[in-house]
Write a protein that binds this ligand. Structure first.
Ligand code: PEP
Ligand code: MN
Length: 346
């Protein structure tokens, strides 16, 4: 249930309602819009049966929320959320691009990629160091050594760092190196880990699991948010369908559906969605045109020799071409994107 307060209600009336709810043992989430304040109620509503909340000063109306997710829902927070990750705003007018290799492999590879993607307009450097590979015999990542290399790349380029964590322990290790953690498809319903990330308050890119419905995804998001972390950005990365021509199927409709159900930003990962580098550019553009708040793209200086996901990584040159196209599309969909046409200094 949400309580919609009358336009320009006094702080005292809002406080009164909040205190009444808290005294009944309910959780409260306040969203202040330009005119109206919305108070979201979390907990067992049965305690409200005898309380005439609608008669309290300042209350305009009570509206039931049918969805089981609350903090992620648009009903609780009608304005779109802008997530500020150390100065880079995701969900605002500017499209945010995250780029880098699937895995951090060595110093030269990550620094070279970072310098290149920064020149084209990326704001985040991505790179896996704890790799949740399908086979235990495949390259498992450089772990903390890889995080140190990402930090060095940040110092050189100024790019923010995003990297995947796979457990409570890896969250603890990555915490001091990264600006944003990524929860990947394989851990998308690891509720314990979602809660840990919620308690950590670290901004999180939360990827959809390949078999999750959007409703399941938003419910799982609630595990992060209900622990006090509202710095969540969602990421569509392809779902499992009967189609085998691509690795997964990029659910482009998820962008519009999320925008209608949630206030959280959504970005798209066309690399894992398609699994094939030849489709990454067109699907990136489609995602931007459909209203995505950004993209996360795998870029490797020599994709053929990549230690993971070789077939889906694009080169820095291809990434640059893509950025040049996004620069042209962005204004058509009311977005800004700063493509560095002259490739001047960092
Ligand atoms: C990744 O980003 O490298 C990754 C493993 O992605 P996903 O969890 O979407 O498969
Ligand atoms: Mn990958």
């Amino acid at each position: 249930m949400i309580i919609i307060m009358r336009p320009n209600t006094s702080e005292m009336d809002i406080e009164n309602v909040v205190n009444t709810l808290k005294s009944l043992g309910l959780g409260v989430h306040i969203s202040k819009g330009v005119e109206k304040t919305i108070i979201g109620i979390i907990g067992d509503k049965r305690v409200l049966e005898e309380v005439p909340l609608d008669l309290m000063p300042g209350v305009e109306k009570l509206v039931p929320v049918v969805e089981s997710y609350k903090l992620a829902s648009k009903a609780f927070h009608p304005e779109p959320s802008i997530i500020d990750v150390n100065g880079v705003k995701i969900g605002g007018a500017e499209l945010v691009l995250m780029a880098g290799p699937c895995s951090v492999e060595n110093r030269e590879q990550i620094i070279e990629t970072a310098i290149a993607v920064k020149k084209s307009g990326a704001k985040f450097l991505r790179g896996g160091t704890f790799k949740p590979r399908t086979s235990p015999y495949s390259f498992q990542g450089l772990e903390e050594e890889g995080l140190k290399l990402l930090k060095e790349a940040k110092e050189i380029t100024g790019l923010l760092i995003i990297s995947e964590i796979t457990s409570e322990k890896t969250l603890e290790i990555a915490y001091k190196y990264v600006d944003m953690v990524q929860i990947g498809a394989r851990n998308s319903q690891n509720f314990q880990l979602l809660k840990e990330v919620g308690r950590s308050k670290k901004p999180v890119l939360y990827k959809r699991g390949p078999s999750m419905t959007i409703e399941e995804w938003l419910n799982a998001t609630e595990y992060i948010m209900s622990e006090g972390n509202e710095n969540v950005v969602l990421c569509e990365r392809g779902i499992r369908t009967f189609e085998t021509a691509t690795r997964y199927t990029m659910d482009i409709s998820a962008i519009s559906v999320i925008k209608s159900l949630s206030h959280l930003p959504i970005i798209v990962d066309p690399s894992h969605a398609t699994g094939k580098s030849q489709y990454v550019q067109s699907l990136s553009k489609a995602a931007v045109a459909a209203g995505a708040d950004g993209l996360i793209i795998e870029v490797h200086p020599n994709p053929m020799r990549a230690l993971s996901d070789a077939s889906q990584q694009i080169t820095p040159f291809e990434f640059d071409n893509l950025c040049s196209d996004i620069y042209k599309i962005a204004p058509i969909v009311g977005r800004d994107f700063k493509y560095n046409q002259n490739h001047s200094q960092l």
